[in-house]
Ligand binder design. Structure first.
Ligand SMILES: *Cc1c(COP(=O)(O)O)cnc(C)c1O
Length: 236
């Protein structure tokens, strides 16, 4: 498969991010692009890497570990963005720099305990279910600060912020609602525990279909797959 379409789409996404930052008065240095590479093959990931893409997000541990082993490049930072099961925490704590999807205390404790001592603390975000759909993972907005509180004293974790996957909505105003809820929640938590949370600055939100809305509401990590790599070829 030719890698040319990926080059074009990645530069186009970068342009759209820059444009949205100008439009919404965001400093472009605060808005990071996480290239979501679930189902994407190693040579394609290397194409993005050659274009200066540093951060990659994966959902499925086995698939991710194979790619991490194949792309042993110091320039790459791996983010885990899939559901975290207890029996996977050790491998996640060993292989990733970031985890965006912590939504239970027990999982946080295991990740903290299993983070190898020679590595810096694992950077984590708490996944919040802002739209309250029962099918979605994530802690409810009301329970978020209690979960954060339970994580404050875990060595081995650096609490970085909140993440969400809202219900898909059409139109930027509707899309901004869920994202503004996450931003407010982050501000509430920061106000309450700020002294204990010096690095609690991140909002992981915005995907291919709605990242401009997320930029408008303060996203610091955009998780974009399809708009860069095309439609995914298979589903897990
Ligand atoms: C797959 C995935 C994405 C990327 O979604 P696209 O619509 O392909 O950009 C972002 N976040 C999470 C958690 C995902 O699983």
């Amino acid at each position: 498969m030719s890698t040319e379409p990926i080059r074009g789409r990645l530069s186009e996404i970068r342009d759209r991010i820059a444009e949205a930052c100008r439009h919404y008065g965001r400093d472009a240095r605060d808005v990071n692009l996480l290239a979501v590479t679930k189902t994407v093959a190693v040579p394609t990931i290397r194409t993005a890497l050659a274009m200066g893409q540093q951060h990659f997000g994966e959902n499925y541990l086995q698939e991710a570990c194979a790619k991490i082993a194949a792309i042993d490049d110091a320039a790459v930072t791996w983010h885990f963005i899939g559901g975290v099961q207890s029996n996977k925490t050790a491998d996640i704590a060993r292989n990733f720099t970031w985890v965006h999807t912590v939504c239970r205390e027990k999982i946080a404790q295991r990740l903290a305990a299993q983070r190898p001592a020679h590595l810096p603390p694992l950077k984590v975000m708490v996944q919040v279910n802002v739209s309250g759909e029962s099918s979605k993972a994530g802690v409810g907005p009301q329970e978020t600060s209690r979960l954060i509180e339970s994580m404050l004293r875990l060595d081995g974790l650096e609490l970085r912020g909140l993440m969400t996957i809202p219900a898909p909505d059409k139109g930027i105003d509707a899309q901004r609602k869920g994202y503004s809820r996450l931003r407010e929640l982050k501000e509430e938590i920061k106000a309450r525990y700020g002294d204990d949370l010096p690095d609690f600055t991140d909002l992981s939100m915005g995907m291919s279909a709605d990242f401009e809305a997320a930029i408008a509401e303060g996203a610091t990590w955009l998780r974009i797959g399809t708009a860069i790599f095309g439609a995914r070829q298979y589903k897990h």
